[in-house]
Design a protein around this ligand. Structure first.
Ligand SMILES: CC(C)(COP(=O)(O)OP(=O)(O)OC[C@H]1O[C@@H](n2cnc3c(N)ncnc32)[C@H](O)[C@@H]1OP(=O)(O)O)[C@@H](O)C(=O)NCCC(=O)NCCS
Length: 313
């Protein structure tokens, strides 16, 4: 616990100069950008930012804000507050005030019925406060300038597994160029990324049609002579089918001397039984060996194993 038992309260209009000063001092070289963001959020009611300050006597020594962004889910836009920024006076850091402010923000969001709180930040710090990578649950970061591990969230009581899709920040974060780390994009990125997973098939049109039906993707036009056809998925990645006249179905589980599976697709479903029924209707067959309750191993028409899996708590 912080030594001086600071009082946490909603920010008042008269607090702004002290809050901006705190923000500049906490964020150092990035202070001007973050203070500009705070000023716009605090003076533009449309963003609806909920700021909380921590006071030691009259002095503001900590500050946190929640501003709604949205998960662009299939069903609808889901408002989810973004925790940003979080500032603790340099003279008071390391005494638990950051934790206190994050816990207050989470409690406020829970009380308001938000399904989660999202942020970008150091996982070494926020991981200890219960945050976990959001992309692992299908919530995609709004910019590749945010390292994937830094894009984190805490799910609250109102969370439901269908709440996934691209996360959209309100324009204010972009206006202030306060999204992600430009240096990380320059230095941390190798410039290499997996764009496509390609499956071999004796019958390209049939396997393309199978995956288009299975994944609900627009079926591309396939000419008889096409030997590589891509199906576009969300998120910019694609699945492709390539003509392999010698394609052999994999033996699964693997057996020495037989055709091994060398990679496979993991396909998330909201409801395992419904997903299995859908895959069967598209032409998949269940594998004989089923090692897990929350996963069903299926075979596509060319004999490639793939998994249907459902999230469990
Ligand atoms: C990050 C910040 C809010 C933490 O506030 P705080 O009051 O010092 O945090 P707490 O006292 O709750 O936690 C302190 C612990 O977190 C650790 N910590 C702080 N920043 C960390 C980071 N980036 N990575 C890993 N650990 C970190 C401290 O070393 C300390 O560890 P200890 O408990 O083992 O001694 C504060 O350092 C700050 O205002 N920094 C500048 C602004 C900033 O970076 N904000 C967050 C950006 S989203």
């Amino acid at each position: 616990m912080p030594s001086a038992d600071p009082v946490l309260r909603p920010q008042q209009p008269g607090d702004l100069p002290a809050v901006l000063d705190l923000t500049r001092r906490a964020f150092g070289a990035e202070g001007e950008v973050v203070a500009g963001l705070v000023e716009t959020l605090a003076t533009t009611p449309i963003y609806g930012t909920r700021f909380v300050v921590a006071c030691e006597g009259e002095r503001i020594i900590g500050h946190v804000g929640l501003t709604d962004g949205w998960i662009d889910a299939v069903e609808r836009l889901v408002p989810v507050p973004v925790l940003s920024p979080l500032s603790v006076d340099p003279g008071h850091q390391g005494s638990g005030l950051g934790r206190l402010l994050v816990e207050r923000a989470l409690a406020d969001a829970e009380a308001a019925g938000a399904p989660a709180v999202i942020l970008e930040g150091d996982p070494a710090y926020y991981g200890r406060l219960g945050f976990e990578p959001a992309e692992a649950r299908g919530v995609l970061r709004p910019s590749t300038a945010i390292p994937d591990r830094a894009f984190q969230w805490v799910r609250l009581s109102a969370y439901q597994p269908w709440m996934r899709g691209r996360f959209v920040y309100p324009d204010v974060f972009w206006r202030h160029d306060a999204v992600g780390l430009r240096d990380w994009r320059r230095q941390g990125s190798t410039g290499l990324e997996v764009s496509t997973v390609t499956l071999g098939a004796r019958d390209v049109p049939a396997l393309v049609a199978f995956y288009a039906a299975l994944l609900g993707l627009e079926a591309p036009h396939v000419e008889a002579e096409d030997d590589w056809v891509a199906l576009r998925e969300t998120g910019g990645r694609s699945l492709a089918v390539q003509h392999e006249p010698e394609q052999e179905p994999a033996t699964w589980p693997a057996r020495t001397g037989q055709q091994h599976m060398q990679l496979h697709l993991e396909i998330r479903v909201d409801d395992l039984e419904a997903g299995i029924a859908h895959a069967l209707s598209c032409g998949a067959t269940p594998a004989d060996h089923q090692p897990q309750d929350d996963v069903r191993v299926m075979l596509d028409p060319e004999g490639h194993p793939f998994c249907l899996w459902v999230e469990t708590e």
